[in-house]
Design a protein around this ligand. Sequence first.
Ligand code: 5GP
Ligand code: ZN
Length: 115
Amino acid sequence: METSCLFCRIVAGEIPATVVHRTGTTVAFRDIDPKAPSHVLVVPVAHHADVTELAGDPAVAADVLATAAKVAELEGLTGGFRVIFNTGAHGGQEVFHVHAHVVGGAPLGPMLARP
Ligand code: 5GP
Ligand code: ZN
């Protein structure tokens, strides 16, 4: 655990969050500022800064994807959903503990706003 990392502290229960699912290696909790009717963040318990680092731990990367799929099921996202890993400055990443955004619950519009 990195004591200065917001999501490590949520995983440890030091900062409250609305947890929707937990496995031995992942935690899924609601985004504090949802951008869709359903917006859940899936994080590995182990600290990895971004998806590039997570890719170096393929078993945990697979667990994150499996938890994202489970969240979609639990949230009833039968119409479809998106899984987003914002990465680095151009990707708009703000929290440097890798997280998959699972968003859905309504049509999400174009994949990207044009710059
Ligand atoms: P990023 O831009 O790094 O991909 O996304 C970070 C996400 O974390 C944002 O959607 C933001 O709303 C969410 N977030 C930031 N601080 C907190 C917090 O303290 N609790 C929760 N649940 N979500 C947070
Ligand atoms: Zn962390």
